[in-house]
Ligand binder design. Sequence first.
Ligand code: HEC
Length: 111
Amino acid sequence: MILNLARRPGAFSRSGTILGAALALVAGAAAAADVQRGGALYSTHCSVCHGSNGTPVIPGAPNFRRMEGLMRPDMQLMTAIRSGKGAMPGYFGVLRDREILDVVAYLRTLS
Ligand code: HEC
Protein backbone atom coordinates (compact mmCIF):
# COMPACT_ATOMS: atom_id res chain seq x y z
CA MET A 1 0.00 0.00 0.00
CA ILE A 2 2.71 2.46 1.04
CA LEU A 3 4.94 1.32 -1.81
CA ASN A 4 2.07 1.71 -4.19
CA LEU A 5 1.43 5.28 -2.97
CA ALA A 6 5.11 6.14 -3.25
CA ARG A 7 5.10 5.30 -6.92
CA ARG A 8 2.38 7.87 -7.60
CA PRO A 9 3.66 11.43 -7.56
CA GLY A 10 1.57 13.71 -5.36
CA ALA A 11 -0.02 10.84 -3.45
CA PHE A 12 1.61 11.87 -0.18
CA SER A 13 0.56 15.47 -0.34
CA ARG A 14 -3.00 14.38 -1.16
CA SER A 15 -3.16 12.03 1.81
CA GLY A 16 -1.69 14.83 3.92
CA THR A 17 -4.59 17.04 2.93
CA ILE A 18 -7.08 14.33 3.82
CA LEU A 19 -5.40 13.80 7.19
CA GLY A 20 -5.53 17.53 7.84
CA ALA A 21 -9.24 17.63 7.00
CA ALA A 22 -9.90 14.67 9.29
CA LEU A 23 -8.07 16.35 12.16
CA ALA A 24 -10.02 19.55 11.60
CA LEU A 25 -13.26 17.55 11.79
CA VAL A 26 -12.23 15.95 15.07
CA ALA A 27 -11.26 19.34 16.50
CA GLY A 28 -14.60 20.78 15.36
CA ALA A 29 -16.53 17.98 17.04
CA ALA A 30 -14.62 18.53 20.28
CA ALA A 31 -15.32 22.24 20.16
CA ALA A 32 -19.05 21.56 19.62
CA ALA A 33 -19.49 20.37 23.18
CA ASP A 34 -17.80 22.63 25.69
CA VAL A 35 -18.85 21.06 28.99
CA GLN A 36 -17.28 23.83 31.03
CA ARG A 37 -19.20 26.54 29.23
CA GLY A 38 -22.29 24.34 29.46
CA GLY A 39 -21.85 24.20 33.22
CA ALA A 40 -21.61 27.98 33.48
CA LEU A 41 -24.74 28.41 31.35
CA TYR A 42 -26.52 25.78 33.44
CA SER A 43 -25.79 27.69 36.66
CA THR A 44 -27.15 30.88 35.14
CA HIS A 45 -30.24 29.58 33.35
CA CYS A 46 -31.22 26.16 34.64
CA SER A 47 -30.11 25.59 38.22
CA VAL A 48 -32.94 27.72 39.63
CA CYS A 49 -35.30 24.83 38.82
CA HIS A 50 -33.01 21.89 38.17
CA GLY A 51 -30.72 22.48 41.16
CA SER A 52 -27.02 23.25 41.13
CA ASN A 53 -26.10 19.56 40.89
CA GLY A 54 -29.09 18.25 38.93
CA THR A 55 -31.33 17.42 41.90
CA PRO A 56 -34.53 19.32 41.07
CA VAL A 57 -35.68 22.12 43.35
CA ILE A 58 -39.18 22.44 41.89
CA PRO A 59 -41.78 19.68 41.64
CA GLY A 60 -42.16 18.08 38.23
CA ALA A 61 -38.61 18.75 37.03
CA PRO A 62 -36.59 15.67 36.10
CA ASN A 63 -33.74 14.52 38.32
CA PHE A 64 -30.65 14.72 36.11
CA ARG A 65 -28.55 12.90 38.70
CA ARG A 66 -30.73 9.86 37.92
CA MET A 67 -30.59 10.59 34.19
CA GLU A 68 -34.31 11.36 34.20
CA GLY A 69 -35.31 13.06 30.96
CA LEU A 70 -31.88 12.47 29.44
CA MET A 71 -32.40 9.07 27.80
CA ARG A 72 -32.80 10.56 24.35
CA PRO A 73 -30.60 12.01 21.64
CA ASP A 74 -29.02 15.44 22.05
CA MET A 75 -31.10 16.85 19.21
CA GLN A 76 -34.36 15.90 20.93
CA LEU A 77 -33.21 17.47 24.18
CA MET A 78 -32.24 20.58 22.28
CA THR A 79 -35.72 20.79 20.78
CA ALA A 80 -37.33 20.50 24.23
CA ILE A 81 -35.01 23.16 25.65
CA ARG A 82 -35.54 25.49 22.70
CA SER A 83 -39.31 25.31 22.76
CA GLY A 84 -39.88 24.69 26.47
CA LYS A 85 -41.92 21.96 28.09
CA GLY A 86 -44.56 22.17 30.82
CA ALA A 87 -43.36 24.64 33.45
CA MET A 88 -40.02 25.08 31.67
CA PRO A 89 -39.68 28.18 29.52
CA GLY A 90 -38.29 27.91 25.98
CA TYR A 91 -34.74 29.11 25.41
CA PHE A 92 -35.07 29.96 21.75
CA GLY A 93 -33.60 33.46 21.36
CA VAL A 94 -31.95 33.19 24.77
CA LEU A 95 -29.36 30.51 24.11
CA ARG A 96 -27.77 29.67 20.77
CA ASP A 97 -28.11 26.07 19.55
CA ARG A 98 -24.45 25.57 20.19
CA GLU A 99 -24.80 26.80 23.78
CA ILE A 100 -27.76 24.47 24.31
CA LEU A 101 -25.60 21.56 23.09
CA ASP A 102 -22.91 22.62 25.57
CA VAL A 103 -25.51 22.57 28.36
CA VAL A 104 -26.75 19.15 27.19
CA ALA A 105 -23.18 17.83 27.30
CA TYR A 106 -22.95 19.18 30.84
CA LEU A 107 -26.28 17.54 31.83
CA ARG A 108 -24.79 14.21 30.80
CA THR A 109 -21.99 14.65 33.34
CA LEU A 110 -24.39 15.05 36.29
CA SER A 111 -25.44 11.41 36.74
C1 HEC B 1 -38.74 27.43 35.52
C2 HEC B 1 -38.10 26.19 35.85
C3 HEC B 1 -37.16 25.59 34.83
C4 HEC B 1 -36.06 26.15 34.25
C5 HEC B 1 -35.51 27.54 34.47
C6 HEC B 1 -35.49 25.13 33.39
N1 HEC B 1 -36.23 23.99 33.45
FE1 HEC B 1 -35.86 22.27 32.43
N2 HEC B 1 -37.59 21.50 33.12
C7 HEC B 1 -38.42 22.08 34.04
C8 HEC B 1 -39.58 21.23 34.25
C9 HEC B 1 -40.73 21.50 35.20
C10 HEC B 1 -39.42 20.12 33.40
C11 HEC B 1 -40.38 18.95 33.18
C12 HEC B 1 -41.29 19.37 32.05
C13 HEC B 1 -42.38 18.35 31.78
O1 HEC B 1 -42.05 17.18 31.52
O2 HEC B 1 -43.54 18.76 31.81
C14 HEC B 1 -38.14 20.32 32.72
C15 HEC B 1 -37.61 19.41 31.82
C16 HEC B 1 -36.34 19.50 31.30
C17 HEC B 1 -35.73 18.50 30.48
C18 HEC B 1 -36.34 17.18 30.03
C19 HEC B 1 -37.04 17.50 28.72
C20 HEC B 1 -37.87 16.37 28.24
O3 HEC B 1 -38.07 16.29 27.02
O4 HEC B 1 -38.41 15.60 29.05
C21 HEC B 1 -34.49 18.97 30.15
C22 HEC B 1 -33.46 18.25 29.30
C23 HEC B 1 -34.35 20.25 30.76
N3 HEC B 1 -35.49 20.54 31.45
C24 HEC B 1 -33.24 21.03 30.66
C25 HEC B 1 -33.20 22.36 31.08
C26 HEC B 1 -32.11 23.24 30.77
C27 HEC B 1 -30.87 22.84 30.01
C28 HEC B 1 -32.42 24.44 31.32
C29 HEC B 1 -31.62 25.71 31.24
C30 HEC B 1 -31.22 26.16 29.92
C31 HEC B 1 -33.70 24.30 31.97
N4 HEC B 1 -34.13 23.03 31.79
C32 HEC B 1 -34.35 25.31 32.63
C33 HEC B 1 -38.22 23.29 34.66
C34 HEC B 1 -37.25 24.22 34.31
